[in-house]
Ligand binder design. Sequence first.
Ligand SMILES: NC(=O)c1ccc[n+]([C@@H]2O[C@H](COP(=O)([O-])OP(=O)(O)OC[C@H]3O[C@@H](n4cnc5c(N)ncnc54)[C@H](OP(=O)(O)O)[C@@H]3O)[C@@H](O)[C@H]2O)c1
Length: 261
Amino acid sequence: MSRHPKTALITGASSGIGAALARKLAAEGINVLLAARREERLLAIKTEIEAAGGRAEAFPVNLSDPNQRLRLFEQVRDLPVDLLVNNAGFGFYGYYTEMTWETIHEMLAVNVEATLHLTRLFLPLMQARRCGQIIIMSSIVGSIPSQGTAMYSASKAFLDAFTTAVYRETRGSGVEISLVRPGAVKTDFFTTAAQQENGRCNPVEGSGVSVDYLVRCLWRLIQHPRRVMHIPAWVGLAPLFELTTGWLQDLIGPVHLKNNR
Ligand SMILES: NC(=O)c1ccc[n+]([C@@H]2O[C@H](COP(=O)([O-])OP(=O)(O)OC[C@H]3O[C@@H](n4cnc5c(N)ncnc54)[C@H](OP(=O)(O)O)[C@@H]3O)[C@@H](O)[C@H]2O)c1
């Protein structure tokens, strides 16, 4: 039987995957709660959704701040939220030693801590109702710790382990937990990564699947939840790739990055 949530909280809804997913869910009749820092963008998406006959609310929030995460939870907890999409995140491409401590800490706070915190807050409420779904946006680079993505790969590998374990803890509780592991997607993600202090351009930029394709896959996942979805499906072979050709990456070393300034 396919599922159809009533109210979805989407983090990172001001652009890219989160914004496109919000438009899709609203078009499917789901009330969408849009969370991110850039209020003007959230309001523009809300206006667009409402003009198309959907329902949306904007919640400007800096998810790196635990107090703001708690405030967001208090604002929306009783609606109630039956779909939480932990999507907010950002990357950095460059040597680990080029990252400032501030960027390292912010990446941990947004990519990892915010996901842990919101999941910790919403999951018990969903379990009490025996209904709900939590989607966690990881990345295939969690399985391919390549030169230039040390922190980003590590942050996503954390989410992979966390989600898999919590999925196993919550089986049969009525709540679905799903991990999404996309390869490259054409969004502002790479521009934002390059804009971080000392950030470089990622050679992967411009390649990958369209955000519309990704959202179609996410909609399938919402209707028919499962533990993990790779997008596109073949990137699910990445762990095998690392296992068999990881030694080649060791050999190549940092040359790739040097050519990419
Ligand atoms: N694009 C790809 O190739 C790709 C591949 C695999 C996985 N992913 C993952 O997909 C997710 C969405 O990325 P995207 O491709 O859609 O990139 P994007 O267009 O740059 O979107 C990132 C979203 O995260 C939000 N965000 C960042 N820092 C935040 C903070 N401190 N507080 C609240 N919101 C924050 C941004 O909103 P504000 O700036 O307005 O706060 C924005 O809405 C990320 O988790 C990313 O790691 C992307």
